[in-house]
Design a protein around this ligand. Structure first.
Ligand code: UDP
Length: 486
């Protein structure tokens, strides 16, 4: 508990995000949502990541929120990582991922020492920061986990882990039926979450899962009305409290600013370009923060965008990693599409772009943050999953919500593995763009449903909205736990 003077008490939440943009961004939003409703928040980070969080800090300060950034020294060198390698997106190659995870776990003692005198009421930790279970037990406070998934994917992942569904599956192409899932669900092994593997990952995966089973509840970046059946089933199966408190991106008052990193381009210029486009005419193409699309596939995608003749914004993270893509872009492509195409190299102000009225479709890798940001934007999607739980998010969008079309990817685009083949041809890209963006009844239905979910998303934050209520309940419940035990 923290006393704020004049007798008022603010429950003190400690947020421990995974050091990875797709996981840190929603937790930064979570910090603000909690603080706006009366909590005090310590947000745990490291010096290099703190620099990336400058926009968040400015936002917190402008809104006078009780959120404090706590910087712990990251032991990169002790774990064989280059100096300054403090974010998973800086890790060069799969062989160093285990080192990175172990360096994260070494934050355990510094965090304990820091929290010993600051009386937290609860730790909300990314599931990947499994070692916070130990910290919470030692401090005698509850630990709530955040896995960054939606309810649909959380449930599927839980069943797959609980029933060891993948244990004896060797055929990568075999369709596996997920028994016990409330609606029919079939996946191949590579499409299941947890397919990312690197030396030593098995041990860490077990620890993550063990600590998830011991946790005191889960928070989910979704809203009940979007996927009621799956969230309720998840809660029943988990036999734990599940608080849906999203879409957390809706909290972001400052959508002009890029989230997670500084934008790589002039945001005002980007807005000006969007303003000059017809409403609903532009397709936004972005594959998240851990881009791993191979050069040949990027070229094929570009040729499909060109053939479609539709306006587009394409975020490419090729850069120094794939100079051949840069060469290809410069060798005529950019010139040919300059009147209707904008290429953003590096980090895009994604939410600002998505929520602009010129955007009529979103080609996404189906990371959950991108997916929920697309849902809030009310735009239909072309789904192009790469890895992790993205194939499940695709199923939610296409089969359940019916607000998107699949580009038709079947296999994994594995992170850190550039030895892959082109999976989607330019013709397929072009066809999917026409399906989504053209006139016609099918496309119109997608658009209507997408708009409807965007309205429902906003209602979740009405005074009596489900997510708004859940955040208040979470604060209340955790505050009471501390009162009872203290
Ligand atoms: N993002 C962004 N600009 C970019 C790429 C990503 O703002 O150029 C943000 C995006 O809006 C989302 C997050 O980074 O909030 C990516 O998370 P997601 O779960 O979609 O995918 P991941 O990167 O974790 O695969």
């Amino acid at each position: 508990m923290t006393y704020t003077g004049r007798g008022s008490v603010r429950p003190h939440f400690v947020l421990v995000p995974m050091l990875l943009q797709g996981h840190t961004i929603p937790m930064a939003d979570m910090a603000c949502l909690l603080a706006e409703r009366g909590a005090q928040v310590s947000f745990i980070t490291t010096p290099v990541n703190a620099v990336r969080l400058a926009g968040f800090v400015a936002d917190v300060e402008a809104a006078c929120l009780a959120v404090r950034l706590v910087e712990l020294r990251f032991p990169a060198a002790e774990f064989g990582l280059p100096d300054g390698c403090e974010n998973m997106d800086m890790v060069q190659g799969k062989d160093l991922l285990l080192n990175f995870m172990e360096a994260c776990a070494a934050l355990r003692e510094p965090l304990k020492a820091h929290l010993r005198h600051s009386a937290p009421c609860c730790i909300v930790s990314d599931k990947m920061q499994w070692w916070t279970g130990d910290v919470a037990r030692e401090l005698g406070v509850p630990r709530v986990t955040f896995n960054g998934y939606c309810g649909f994917s959380s449930l599927a992942r839980y069943i797959i882990n609980r029933d060891k569904v993948l244990e004896h599956v060797t055929d990568e192409n075999k369709l596996i039926t997920i028994q016990g899932f409330p609606t029919p669900l079939e996946l191949t092994r590579p499409q299941c979450p947890g397919s990312l593997s690197f030396p030593g990952m098995e041990k860490i995966r077990d620890k993550i899962y063990e600590e998830e089973l011991r946790c005191d509840g889960e928070v989910i970046n979704s809203f009940r009305e979007l996927e009621t059946l799956y969230i309720e089933s998840f809660e029943q199966m988990r036999r734990k409290k599940v608080w849906t408190i999203g879409p957390m991106c809706l909290r972001d008052s400052n959508t002009m600013a890029a989230r997670g990193n500084k934008a790589s381009m002039d945001e005002a210029q980007c807005l000006q370009w969007l303003d000059s486009m017809k409403p609903g005419s532009v397709i936004f193409v972005s594959f998240g923060s851990l881009a791993c699309t191979i050069p040949q596939q990027l070229v094929e995608l570009g040729l499909g965008l060109e053939a479609s003749k539709k306006p587009f914004i394409w975020v490419i993270k090729a850069g120094a990693k794939f100079p051949e893509v840069e060469e290809w872009l410069a060798d005529g492509f950019e010139e040919r599409v300059k009147d209707r195409g904008m290429i953003i190299r590096g980090w895009a102000p994604q939410v600002m772009i998505l929520w602009h009225q010129a955007i009529g479709g979103f080609m996404t890798h189906c990371g959950w943050n991108s997916t929920i940001e697309g849902i809030c934007a009310g735009v239909p999607m072309i789904t192009w999953p790469h890895f992790a739980e993205q194939f499940l998010n695709e199923k939610l969008v296409v089969d359940v919500l019916k607000t998107g079309v699949k580009v038709g990817v079947k296999g994994l685009t594995e992170w850190g593995n550039e030895q892959q083949e082109v999976m989607v041809t330019r013709d397929v890209v072009e066809t999917s763009l026409s399906t989504l963006m053209d006139e016609g009844e099918a496309a119109e239905k997608l658009r209507v449903r997408a708009k409807d979910y965007a309205i429902k998303a906003r209602r979740a934050f009405d005074e009596e909205g489900s997510s708004n209520n859940n955040i208040r309940l979470l604060i209340q419940e955790m505050g009471n736990t501390t009162n009872a035990s203290g």
